[in-house]
Design a protein around this ligand. Structure first.
Ligand SMILES: C[S@@+](CC[C@H](N)C(=O)[O-])C[C@H]1O[C@@H](n2cnc3c(N)ncnc32)[C@H](O)[C@@H]1O
Length: 406
């Protein structure tokens, strides 16, 4: 090789290297502090823990989904019928209903109709488990894809407060147990979530953020929906307790207990006061009035975008971990409170772990953070195992809305 060619090759490689090195890379620590599911990626952890509870939430709207889906206009049989799930996690909880929905629609529109199913969730979601479930590598629940032709599955790793798919493209969309997650983390100084001692300013700030986020979510989905398309939402609720008249919300007992132990950690110096203040759950359990508000006024941005509310209902779902404990006690005479505590904590650690990891100071190593948070869940588990599940169990109330784009 001549000297000139050699130099030019070296220069080019050097340029390429420089170009490559100059690309900004965001490392683990810089990733925004958002919802991050707990458990090893690709292990199907969501479906085998929290999914056991959440899969039942669909039951309340199953019939409605299957009957209304047939009313969604789909005249151009050469095009594609699009279905989307927002906040899909690993796809386990929507597997059965989407299988039934596809079967119903195939029956209605003909077996050669083509379908696209888009699973949407945050960029840190365990999409690897989702695809392992779709292909049957994780076999339970059985994947509808293994039995159906003309169904194509895609994923969108986009925040649902943004537009996630092209305008005017989706026929049916669903979002279960996800829209209570907010776009930002609220701040409550004395607790990890709103409680009786929260200041008016703190509560007002949470409510304002939740109101804005709900409107944003609806407006984004409205752009994506086709005319005549449907949006079904199920979300955690705030409500008045039937017995005491107190203000309660979904998973009230668990959040109260997590708060109690975390507060003790800050008082004993295990975590700093600043870390306690920094630990806040980025969710809002809304009231029925708040969920319905964007639809009331016919001149509101949501109404003007073409969305109308077909139905709104609040339903108490069974707590499956409590039910299992109760059944074992009644049928076998075994009062296994430790097992109840173990299953309950491993399920709810899935969504809550990220809150405590995010609250801890970045001056701590990852190992140190994990050790503290492991300790928290161990302590919570021990306390639950010493409680009577009859008293600890939560009202798992959800609000369901069925919305149509006119
Ligand atoms: C409790 S899981 C619900 C999963 C599933 N829909 C179900 O019903 O079992 C909540 C999901 O919402 C997702 N999520 C939270 N905030 C989100 C956002 N801004 N954009 C998209 N997904 C979000 C989380 O990543 C998580 O997978």
């Amino acid at each position: 090789m001549s000297t000139r060619i050699l130099f030019s090759t070296i220069r080019r490689c050097h340029w390429l290297n420089k170009g490559f090195a100059a690309v900004p890379v965001r490392y683990y620590g810089d990733i925004p502090k958002i919802y991050r599911p707990y458990g090893k990626t690709g292990d199907g952890n969501y479906g085998s823990t929290l999914g056991k509870q959440n899969v039942g939430y669909i039951e309340q709207v199953r019939e409605t989904i299957l009957s209304l889906a047939k009313t969604i206009p789909f005249t151009d049989k050469d095009s594609v019928f699009n279905i989307a799930d927002y906040g899909a996690a690993d796809g386990s909880t929507a597997m059965a209903i989407f299988g039934e929905l596809l079967a119903t629609l195939k029956d209605h529109h003909g077996p050669s109709t083509q379908f696209q199913v888009i699973y949407e969730d945050l960029e840190m979601n365990d999409f690897n488990s989702l695809f392992k479930r779709m292909s049957g590598i994780i076999p339970d629940p059985p994947s509808y894809l293994l039995e159906m032709d003309n169904v194509y599955v895609l994923a969108s790793g986009t925040n649902f407060y943004k537009q996630c798919v092209p305008s005017n493209s989706i026929h049916f969309m669903m979002s279960m147990a996800s829209v209570h997650w907010l776009s930002k983390t609220p701040i409550f100084k004395d607790s990890i979530y709103k409680d009786a001692k929260s200041s008016t300013e703190e509560t007002t700030a949470l409510n304002k953020l939740a109101e804005l986020d709900w409107e944003t979510f609806l407006l984004r989905r409205s752009r994506e929906l086709k005319r005549g398309g449907l949006l079904v939402v199920g979300t955690c609720a705030e409500f008045e307790d039937r017995n005491t008249g107190e203000n309660r919300y979904t998973l009230y007992s668990l959040v109260g207990l997590l708060n109690e132990v975390w507060k003790e950690y800050s008082e004993s110096g295990k975590i700093s006061k600043g870390e306690f203040v920094n630990t806040n759950i980025s969710t809002c359990c809304r009231t029925m009035k708040e969920m319905r508000k964007p639809f009331h006024d016919k001149t509101s941005p949501v109404s003007r975008s073409g969305l109308t509310l077909l139905s709104a209902e609040a339903v108490v779902n069974p707590d499956v971990f409590y039910n299992d404990w109760r059944e074992k006690k009644d049928k076998e005479g075994i009062d296994d409170r430790e097992e109840f505590a173990r299953l309950y904590v491993s399920a709810h650690r899935n969504w809550s772990n990220t809150t405590f990891m995010n609250g801890l100071s970045d001056s701590r190593s990852l190992e140190e953070k994990e050790q503290i948070v492991d300790g928290l869940y161990d302590d919570v588990k021990k306390r639950i195992s010493r409680m009577n599940p009859e008293i600890f169990k939560d009202d798992v109330k959800l609000i369901y809305l069925v919305i149509r784009k006119e």
